[in-house]
Design a protein around this ligand. Structure first.
Ligand SMILES: [Fe+2]
Length: 332
């Protein structure tokens, strides 16, 4: 039995994205045509009122398989095991409710823009990234489900459309980035902007932890549309990058270009801000969007979000590649 889907586009206050409302519970019928809906919406779907996932987390994994051939198992992703769901290891918990969990990002300074709005544009807002871009091939799609969100006006997830940003790039910048590659660094490997600004040489890492080159302009494997594919302070390599073949380091020509591109990428007209409600599911396409998390008061509030990651269709440029993040000894 199939469920009908009511679609409204775009997402409120944005120029991309769509809201899907399902006519039946997931346990009765899985929605059909999600990959096409995602493509038509420019890479971002909101499906509200899926509270049944909280009691039946396998439904989230089942939905994830509608979007691609492979759903990551977080026990084998070399991530901290405590952050994987106890019985459903495809679920990564983004939370402050597990001891040792990563704290939420700091509040921007100042906390609001001059006209009283949530800061979204880089560099007032930092933390913009696309998931796991420090791996080759990178993942396709993330699903993010709100078990327990925090109160409105904090703990939001903010998105910027790489398609809209690319389309609006001035011609001279389009020409400059067309063949350019970014160098994406795994957080924690000592190569973030703040790590390198202190003047320290990053520690040696094993080959599977090395920074990875990625095209700055990515062609979407489903739609054929071009999108900017970039991160900023925490997920680019500021020692050898951020760009291959440009002056490296936090004060070089590469840094100046990255700042210019990220400021453009996160212009308010390319943004959607999601205020979470319990039971919301967001599905985003990492191949054509960047996102950032916002602050909440982790001492006073408890947040539990579940994420799955889908991979398997990164595009022709990655065809036949070995996974960069698998240690040589584990791959044998
Ligand atoms: Fe993320």
């Amino acid at each position: 039995m199939t469920a009908s889907i009511d679609v409204s586009r775009p997402l409120p206050g944005a120029h991309f994205g769509a809201t899907l409302r399902l006519s039946k519970p997931l346990s009765e019928a899985m929605p059909e045509g999600l990959p096409q809906q995602l493509a038509d919406a420019g890479g971002l779907l909101l499906i509200p009122n899926l509270d049944e996932i909280t009691a039946n987390p396998r439904l989230l994994v089942e939905m994830s398989y509608l979007l691609g051939p492979e759903v990551e198992d977080y026990r084998t992703l070399l991530t901290r095991v405590a952050m994987a769901h106890e019985t459903v290891p495809e679920i990564f918990m983004v939370t402050n409710m597990v001891p040792g969990a990563r704290p939420p990002p700091r509040r921007p300074d100042p906390p609001l823009t001059a006209d009283g709005k949530l800061p979204v544009q880089y560099p007032h807002r930092v933390g913009w990234h696309t998931d796991q871009s420090y791996r080759r091939p990178p993942p396709d799609i993330s699903l993010f489900y709100a078990v327990t969100p925090v109160a409105r006006e904090r703990g939001q997830t903010i998105f910027a459309s790489g398609h809209l940003a690319y389309d609006a790039l001035p011609a001279h910048l389009k020409a400059k980035v067309e063949q350019l590659e970014g160098l994406h660094a795994q957080p924690g490997t000592g190569r973030s902007r703040s790590d390198v600004t202190t003047g320290k040489t990053p520690p040696a890492v094993l080959s599977h932890q090395r920074s990875q080159k990625q095209p700055v302009v990515r062609t979407h494997p489903v739609t054929g549309r071009k999108a900017l594919y970039l991160c900023e302070a925490g997920q680019m390599d500021w020692f050898d990058g951020p760009f291959v073949g440009m002056q490296p380091g936090p004060h070089g020509d590469g840094a100046k270009l990255l700042d210019e591109l990220m400021t453009h990428y996160t212009r308010p007209e390319f943004i959607y801000v999601h205020e979470w409600m319990q039971g919301d599911l967001l599905i985003w396409d990492n191949r054509c969007l960047v996102h950032a998390a916002t602050w909440y008061d982790a001492d006073k509030e408890q947040r539990m979000m579940w994420r799955t990651t889908v991979r398997g269709n990164p595009g022709a440029i990655y065809a036949g590649e070995k996974r960069s993040w698998i240690p040589a000894e584990a791959a044998e």
